[in-house]
Write a protein of this length. Structure first.
Length: 397
Protein backbone atom coordinates (compact mmCIF):
# COMPACT_ATOMS: atom_id res chain seq x y z
CA UNK A 1 0.00 0.00 0.00
CA UNK A 2 2.78 2.46 0.94
CA UNK A 3 4.47 1.86 -2.42
CA UNK A 4 1.24 2.78 -4.24
CA UNK A 5 0.80 5.89 -2.09
CA UNK A 6 4.36 7.09 -2.72
CA UNK A 7 4.08 6.46 -6.47
CA UNK A 8 0.75 8.30 -6.61
CA UNK A 9 2.01 11.25 -4.59
CA UNK A 10 5.23 11.51 -6.59
CA UNK A 11 3.07 11.36 -9.73
CA UNK A 12 1.15 14.39 -8.46
CA UNK A 13 4.46 16.25 -8.03
CA UNK A 14 5.33 15.49 -11.65
CA UNK A 15 1.79 16.42 -12.71
CA UNK A 16 1.69 19.80 -11.00
CA UNK A 17 5.26 20.65 -12.00
CA UNK A 18 4.55 20.04 -15.68
CA UNK A 19 1.26 21.90 -15.45
CA UNK A 20 3.18 24.94 -14.22
CA UNK A 21 5.75 24.40 -16.96
CA UNK A 22 2.87 24.52 -19.43
CA UNK A 23 1.50 27.72 -17.92
CA UNK A 24 4.81 29.59 -17.96
CA UNK A 25 6.87 28.19 -20.83
CA UNK A 26 4.32 26.88 -23.33
CA UNK A 27 2.21 30.05 -23.04
CA UNK A 28 5.16 32.45 -22.67
CA UNK A 29 4.87 33.82 -26.21
CA UNK A 30 1.12 34.38 -25.89
CA UNK A 31 1.48 36.14 -22.52
CA UNK A 32 4.41 38.34 -23.53
CA UNK A 33 3.01 39.16 -26.97
CA UNK A 34 -0.14 40.26 -25.15
CA UNK A 35 2.02 42.59 -23.04
CA UNK A 36 3.38 44.19 -26.28
CA UNK A 37 6.76 42.42 -26.38
CA UNK A 38 8.29 41.66 -29.80
CA UNK A 39 9.47 38.19 -30.84
CA UNK A 40 13.09 39.30 -30.42
CA UNK A 41 12.42 40.65 -26.92
CA UNK A 42 10.65 37.41 -25.99
CA UNK A 43 13.68 35.50 -27.26
CA UNK A 44 16.04 37.57 -25.11
CA UNK A 45 13.88 37.08 -21.99
CA UNK A 46 13.69 33.31 -22.49
CA UNK A 47 17.41 33.12 -23.23
CA UNK A 48 18.36 35.08 -20.10
CA UNK A 49 16.11 32.87 -17.97
CA UNK A 50 17.85 29.81 -19.44
CA UNK A 51 21.33 31.24 -18.79
CA UNK A 52 20.39 31.89 -15.16
CA UNK A 53 18.82 28.42 -14.96
CA UNK A 54 22.11 26.73 -15.93
CA UNK A 55 23.87 28.43 -13.01
CA UNK A 56 21.03 27.63 -10.60
CA UNK A 57 20.93 23.98 -11.70
CA UNK A 58 24.61 23.49 -10.93
CA UNK A 59 24.35 25.24 -7.56
CA UNK A 60 21.22 23.36 -6.50
CA UNK A 61 22.61 20.02 -7.71
CA UNK A 62 25.79 20.55 -5.70
CA UNK A 63 23.73 21.46 -2.61
CA UNK A 64 21.49 18.41 -3.06
CA UNK A 65 24.46 16.05 -3.52
CA UNK A 66 26.42 17.44 -0.56
CA UNK A 67 23.77 18.41 1.98
CA UNK A 68 22.80 16.03 4.78
CA UNK A 69 20.31 18.50 6.29
CA UNK A 70 17.91 19.20 3.43
CA UNK A 71 16.44 16.79 0.89
CA UNK A 72 15.59 17.41 -2.79
CA UNK A 73 11.95 17.70 -1.66
CA UNK A 74 12.85 20.39 0.88
CA UNK A 75 14.80 22.43 -1.67
CA UNK A 76 11.89 22.11 -4.12
CA UNK A 77 9.43 23.38 -1.48
CA UNK A 78 11.49 26.53 -0.87
CA UNK A 79 11.78 27.35 -4.59
CA UNK A 80 8.08 26.62 -5.21
CA UNK A 81 7.09 29.08 -2.48
CA UNK A 82 9.22 31.75 -4.17
CA UNK A 83 7.64 30.97 -7.55
CA UNK A 84 4.18 31.39 -6.03
CA UNK A 85 5.01 34.88 -4.83
CA UNK A 86 6.61 35.87 -8.14
CA UNK A 87 3.71 34.52 -10.22
CA UNK A 88 1.21 36.51 -8.15
CA UNK A 89 3.10 39.74 -8.93
CA UNK A 90 2.61 39.14 -12.67
CA UNK A 91 -1.05 40.13 -12.21
CA UNK A 92 -0.02 43.69 -11.37
CA UNK A 93 1.43 44.59 -14.79
CA UNK A 94 -0.76 45.85 -17.65
CA UNK A 95 1.98 46.10 -20.27
CA UNK A 96 5.66 45.72 -21.08
CA UNK A 97 8.09 46.80 -18.34
CA UNK A 98 11.61 46.10 -17.12
CA UNK A 99 10.36 44.74 -13.78
CA UNK A 100 7.98 42.30 -15.49
CA UNK A 101 10.85 41.15 -17.70
CA UNK A 102 13.07 40.51 -14.67
CA UNK A 103 10.28 38.65 -12.85
CA UNK A 104 9.61 36.45 -15.89
CA UNK A 105 13.34 35.70 -16.24
CA UNK A 106 13.54 34.66 -12.58
CA UNK A 107 10.41 32.50 -12.83
CA UNK A 108 11.65 30.74 -15.97
CA UNK A 109 15.08 30.13 -14.42
CA UNK A 110 13.76 28.69 -11.14
CA UNK A 111 11.19 26.56 -12.96
CA UNK A 112 13.84 25.00 -15.19
CA UNK A 113 16.27 24.54 -12.28
CA UNK A 114 13.63 22.47 -10.43
CA UNK A 115 13.51 19.75 -13.09
CA UNK A 116 16.67 17.76 -12.10
CA UNK A 117 15.64 18.00 -8.45
CA UNK A 118 12.19 16.61 -9.18
CA UNK A 119 13.65 13.81 -11.32
CA UNK A 120 16.18 12.95 -8.62
CA UNK A 121 13.42 12.91 -6.02
CA UNK A 122 12.14 9.66 -7.57
CA UNK A 123 15.41 7.90 -6.71
CA UNK A 124 15.62 9.66 -3.34
CA UNK A 125 12.19 8.28 -2.39
CA UNK A 126 13.20 4.83 -3.63
CA UNK A 127 15.86 4.74 -0.89
CA UNK A 128 12.99 4.12 1.53
CA UNK A 129 12.64 0.64 0.06
CA UNK A 130 9.53 1.47 -1.97
CA UNK A 131 10.63 1.84 -5.57
CA UNK A 132 9.22 4.65 -7.69
CA UNK A 133 8.24 3.71 -11.26
CA UNK A 134 9.63 6.79 -12.98
CA UNK A 135 7.98 6.13 -16.36
CA UNK A 136 4.47 5.73 -15.00
CA UNK A 137 4.74 8.61 -12.52
CA UNK A 138 6.25 10.88 -15.19
CA UNK A 139 3.26 10.01 -17.39
CA UNK A 140 1.20 11.85 -14.76
CA UNK A 141 3.14 14.93 -15.79
CA UNK A 142 2.25 14.43 -19.44
CA UNK A 143 -1.44 13.85 -18.69
CA UNK A 144 -1.67 16.94 -16.48
CA UNK A 145 0.30 19.02 -19.00
CA UNK A 146 -1.97 17.87 -21.83
CA UNK A 147 -5.14 18.79 -19.96
CA UNK A 148 -3.67 22.12 -18.84
CA UNK A 149 -2.65 23.16 -22.36
CA UNK A 150 -6.01 22.24 -23.89
CA UNK A 151 -8.03 24.01 -21.20
CA UNK A 152 -5.77 27.05 -20.87
CA UNK A 153 -5.64 27.56 -24.64
CA UNK A 154 -9.43 27.84 -24.71
CA UNK A 155 -9.55 30.03 -21.58
CA UNK A 156 -7.03 32.47 -23.04
CA UNK A 157 -9.13 32.74 -26.20
CA UNK A 158 -12.26 33.45 -24.11
CA UNK A 159 -10.92 35.61 -21.25
CA UNK A 160 -7.50 36.94 -22.25
CA UNK A 161 -3.94 36.51 -21.07
CA UNK A 162 -4.54 37.38 -17.39
CA UNK A 163 -5.86 33.83 -17.04
CA UNK A 164 -2.25 32.60 -17.42
CA UNK A 165 -0.78 33.85 -14.08
CA UNK A 166 -4.02 32.93 -12.25
CA UNK A 167 -3.65 29.36 -13.52
CA UNK A 168 -0.01 29.41 -12.41
CA UNK A 169 -0.95 30.40 -8.85
CA UNK A 170 -3.51 27.59 -8.56
CA UNK A 171 -1.07 24.99 -9.89
CA UNK A 172 1.76 26.07 -7.56
CA UNK A 173 -0.51 25.72 -4.52
CA UNK A 174 -1.29 22.17 -5.66
CA UNK A 175 2.45 21.50 -6.10
CA UNK A 176 3.18 22.63 -2.53
CA UNK A 177 0.42 20.31 -1.24
CA UNK A 178 1.84 17.40 -3.27
CA UNK A 179 5.35 18.00 -1.92
CA UNK A 180 4.12 18.14 1.68
CA UNK A 181 2.13 14.91 1.34
CA UNK A 182 5.02 13.08 -0.34
CA UNK A 183 7.49 14.17 2.33
CA UNK A 184 5.11 13.00 5.06
CA UNK A 185 4.63 9.58 3.41
CA UNK A 186 8.38 9.22 2.84
CA UNK A 187 9.15 9.88 6.51
CA UNK A 188 6.45 7.40 7.53
CA UNK A 189 7.91 4.71 5.27
CA UNK A 190 11.39 5.29 6.70
CA UNK A 191 10.15 5.08 10.30
CA UNK A 192 8.48 1.73 9.59
CA UNK A 193 11.66 0.06 8.41
CA UNK A 194 14.89 0.50 10.32
CA UNK A 195 16.86 -1.45 7.69
CA UNK A 196 16.03 1.04 4.98
CA UNK A 197 16.61 3.89 7.42
CA UNK A 198 20.18 2.67 7.80
CA UNK A 199 20.46 2.33 4.03
CA UNK A 200 19.42 5.95 3.54
CA UNK A 201 21.84 7.13 6.22
CA UNK A 202 24.67 5.24 4.52
CA UNK A 203 23.81 6.80 1.17
CA UNK A 204 23.59 10.29 2.66
CA UNK A 205 26.92 9.88 4.44
CA UNK A 206 28.66 8.71 1.27
CA UNK A 207 31.48 11.10 0.37
CA UNK A 208 30.14 13.65 -2.14
CA UNK A 209 31.94 14.24 -5.43
CA UNK A 210 33.05 17.78 -6.26
CA UNK A 211 32.11 19.43 -9.53
CA UNK A 212 35.75 19.31 -10.69
CA UNK A 213 36.04 15.57 -10.06
CA UNK A 214 32.63 15.00 -11.62
CA UNK A 215 33.90 16.51 -14.88
CA UNK A 216 37.07 14.38 -14.79
CA UNK A 217 35.11 11.19 -14.15
CA UNK A 218 32.46 11.73 -16.83
CA UNK A 219 34.14 13.16 -19.95
CA UNK A 220 32.31 10.91 -22.42
CA UNK A 221 29.02 11.64 -20.70
CA UNK A 222 29.70 15.37 -21.14
CA UNK A 223 30.27 14.85 -24.90
CA UNK A 224 27.00 12.91 -25.05
CA UNK A 225 25.26 15.77 -23.24
CA UNK A 226 26.44 18.15 -25.99
CA UNK A 227 24.52 15.93 -28.39
CA UNK A 228 21.46 16.38 -26.18
CA UNK A 229 21.80 20.12 -26.62
CA UNK A 230 21.58 19.73 -30.41
CA UNK A 231 18.75 17.20 -30.33
CA UNK A 232 16.63 19.31 -28.01
CA UNK A 233 17.07 22.53 -29.99
CA UNK A 234 13.91 21.79 -31.96
CA UNK A 235 12.04 20.91 -28.78
CA UNK A 236 12.94 24.33 -27.39
CA UNK A 237 11.80 26.01 -30.61
CA UNK A 238 8.42 24.26 -30.38
CA UNK A 239 7.99 25.11 -26.69
CA UNK A 240 8.85 28.77 -27.20
CA UNK A 241 7.48 29.56 -30.64
CA UNK A 242 4.78 27.04 -31.52
CA UNK A 243 2.24 29.88 -31.62
CA UNK A 244 4.22 31.63 -34.37
CA UNK A 245 4.70 28.34 -36.25
CA UNK A 246 0.95 27.65 -36.04
CA UNK A 247 0.12 31.19 -37.20
CA UNK A 248 2.46 30.70 -40.18
CA UNK A 249 0.12 28.01 -41.55
CA UNK A 250 -3.12 29.76 -40.58
CA UNK A 251 -3.70 28.35 -37.08
CA UNK A 252 -4.99 29.87 -33.81
CA UNK A 253 -4.07 29.93 -30.09
CA UNK A 254 -6.77 27.35 -29.42
CA UNK A 255 -5.19 25.03 -32.00
CA UNK A 256 -1.82 25.58 -30.32
CA UNK A 257 -3.27 24.41 -27.00
CA UNK A 258 -4.82 21.39 -28.70
CA UNK A 259 -1.50 20.54 -30.35
CA UNK A 260 0.30 20.63 -27.01
CA UNK A 261 -2.47 18.37 -25.66
CA UNK A 262 -2.03 15.96 -28.59
CA UNK A 263 1.74 15.94 -28.12
CA UNK A 264 1.52 15.21 -24.40
CA UNK A 265 -1.00 12.38 -24.85
CA UNK A 266 1.35 10.73 -27.36
CA UNK A 267 4.05 10.61 -24.67
CA UNK A 268 1.99 8.35 -22.40
CA UNK A 269 2.48 4.87 -23.92
CA UNK A 270 6.28 4.95 -23.84
CA UNK A 271 6.35 6.55 -20.39
CA UNK A 272 3.95 3.98 -18.93
CA UNK A 273 5.66 0.99 -20.55
CA UNK A 274 9.24 2.25 -20.37
CA UNK A 275 10.27 -0.46 -17.88
CA UNK A 276 9.20 -3.09 -20.41
CA UNK A 277 11.19 -1.33 -23.14
CA UNK A 278 14.19 -1.06 -20.83
CA UNK A 279 14.06 -4.80 -20.09
CA UNK A 280 14.48 -5.52 -23.83
CA UNK A 281 16.70 -2.67 -25.00
CA UNK A 282 19.59 -0.75 -23.47
CA UNK A 283 19.20 2.91 -22.55
CA UNK A 284 21.88 3.69 -25.13
CA UNK A 285 19.90 2.09 -27.97
CA UNK A 286 16.69 3.80 -26.89
CA UNK A 287 18.45 7.18 -26.85
CA UNK A 288 19.54 6.64 -30.46
CA UNK A 289 16.00 5.78 -31.55
CA UNK A 290 14.59 8.84 -29.80
CA UNK A 291 17.20 11.14 -31.40
CA UNK A 292 16.23 9.98 -34.89
CA UNK A 293 12.54 10.52 -34.05
CA UNK A 294 13.26 14.11 -32.95
CA UNK A 295 14.94 14.78 -36.30
CA UNK A 296 12.11 13.30 -38.37
CA UNK A 297 9.53 15.28 -36.40
CA UNK A 298 11.10 18.69 -36.97
CA UNK A 299 11.76 17.95 -40.65
CA UNK A 300 8.09 17.09 -41.25
CA UNK A 301 6.94 20.25 -39.46
CA UNK A 302 9.38 22.23 -41.61
CA UNK A 303 7.69 20.77 -44.71
CA UNK A 304 4.17 21.36 -43.35
CA UNK A 305 1.80 23.74 -45.12
CA UNK A 306 -1.17 23.21 -42.80
CA UNK A 307 -1.98 22.54 -39.13
CA UNK A 308 -3.04 19.01 -40.08
CA UNK A 309 0.43 18.28 -41.49
CA UNK A 310 2.01 19.61 -38.29
CA UNK A 311 -0.12 17.09 -36.39
CA UNK A 312 1.37 14.38 -38.60
CA UNK A 313 4.89 15.50 -37.75
CA UNK A 314 4.11 15.52 -34.05
CA UNK A 315 3.14 11.84 -34.23
CA UNK A 316 6.88 11.20 -33.79
CA UNK A 317 6.53 12.65 -30.28
CA UNK A 318 5.37 9.11 -29.47
CA UNK A 319 8.96 7.79 -29.56
CA UNK A 320 11.07 10.94 -29.21
CA UNK A 321 10.61 12.94 -26.00
CA UNK A 322 9.25 10.23 -23.63
CA UNK A 323 11.91 7.67 -24.54
CA UNK A 324 14.76 10.18 -24.49
CA UNK A 325 13.65 11.61 -21.15
CA UNK A 326 13.19 8.27 -19.40
CA UNK A 327 16.30 6.66 -20.89
CA UNK A 328 18.56 9.59 -19.99
CA UNK A 329 17.27 9.73 -16.39
CA UNK A 330 17.79 5.97 -15.93
CA UNK A 331 21.20 6.09 -17.63
CA UNK A 332 22.41 8.55 -15.00
CA UNK A 333 21.14 6.27 -12.22
CA UNK A 334 22.91 3.29 -13.83
CA UNK A 335 26.35 4.80 -14.48
CA UNK A 336 26.84 7.36 -11.70
CA UNK A 337 27.49 7.09 -7.96
CA UNK A 338 24.91 8.51 -5.55
CA UNK A 339 27.28 11.32 -4.62
CA UNK A 340 27.15 12.68 -8.17
CA UNK A 341 23.70 11.59 -9.38
CA UNK A 342 21.98 14.96 -9.02
CA UNK A 343 24.87 16.61 -10.89
CA UNK A 344 24.33 14.08 -13.70
CA UNK A 345 20.63 14.92 -13.86
CA UNK A 346 21.50 18.62 -13.73
CA UNK A 347 23.98 18.23 -16.60
CA UNK A 348 21.29 16.75 -18.84
CA UNK A 349 18.77 19.41 -17.88
CA UNK A 350 21.49 22.05 -18.19
CA UNK A 351 22.23 21.07 -21.78
CA UNK A 352 18.53 21.13 -22.59
CA UNK A 353 18.47 24.58 -20.99
CA UNK A 354 21.45 25.72 -23.10
CA UNK A 355 19.60 24.57 -26.21
CA UNK A 356 16.73 26.72 -25.02
CA UNK A 357 19.07 29.71 -24.77
CA UNK A 358 20.20 29.36 -28.38
CA UNK A 359 16.69 28.55 -29.58
CA UNK A 360 15.29 31.59 -27.77
CA UNK A 361 17.87 34.06 -29.08
CA UNK A 362 18.05 32.68 -32.60
CA UNK A 363 14.34 31.91 -32.80
CA UNK A 364 13.09 35.37 -31.91
CA UNK A 365 15.53 37.10 -34.24
CA UNK A 366 14.89 34.71 -37.15
CA UNK A 367 11.12 35.01 -36.74
CA UNK A 368 11.30 38.82 -36.88
CA UNK A 369 13.73 38.87 -39.81
CA UNK A 370 12.66 35.93 -41.98
CA UNK A 371 9.83 33.87 -40.51
CA UNK A 372 9.01 30.39 -39.24
CA UNK A 373 10.21 28.40 -42.28
CA UNK A 374 13.87 29.39 -41.93
CA UNK A 375 13.74 28.75 -38.18
CA UNK A 376 12.45 25.21 -38.77
CA UNK A 377 15.11 24.53 -41.42
CA UNK A 378 17.89 25.61 -39.03
CA UNK A 379 16.30 23.52 -36.27
CA UNK A 380 16.37 20.46 -38.52
CA UNK A 381 20.06 20.89 -39.32
CA UNK A 382 21.04 21.38 -35.66
CA UNK A 383 18.97 18.34 -34.64
CA UNK A 384 20.78 16.19 -37.23
CA UNK A 385 24.16 17.29 -35.83
CA UNK A 386 23.02 16.51 -32.27
CA UNK A 387 21.80 13.07 -33.32
CA UNK A 388 25.20 12.28 -34.86
CA UNK A 389 26.96 13.25 -31.60
CA UNK A 390 24.59 11.00 -29.61
CA UNK A 391 25.27 8.07 -31.94
CA UNK A 392 29.05 8.54 -31.70
CA UNK A 393 29.25 8.94 -27.91
CA UNK A 394 26.41 7.13 -26.15
CA UNK A 395 27.77 3.57 -26.51
CA UNK A 396 31.06 4.65 -24.90
CA UNK A 397 29.44 5.76 -21.65
Amino acid sequence: MMKKILNFEYGTIQGTYWMYFGVIMSFASIFLLGKNYTNSEIGIILALSSILAVVLQLLLADIADRSQNISPIGITEIITAGLLLATATMLIFTGKSLILSIIFIMIGACLTALQPLINSTAFYISQSGYKINFGITRSGGSIAYAILCAVLGSLVTLYGIQVIPVAGIVVLILLLVSLALTKKSYKKSISKNSFFLNTVENVENKEPISLKNFIKRNKIFIIFSLGIMGVFFENSVFNNYLMQIILNVGGTSSQMGNLFFFMAILELPCLIFFNQLRSRFSCQFLLKVASVAFTIKVFIVFMAKSVAFIYFGFLFQLISFPIFLSASVHLVDEVMDKGEAVKGQALITGMITLSNIFASLMGGAILDLSGASLLLLISTIICIIGTIVVFVSVDKI
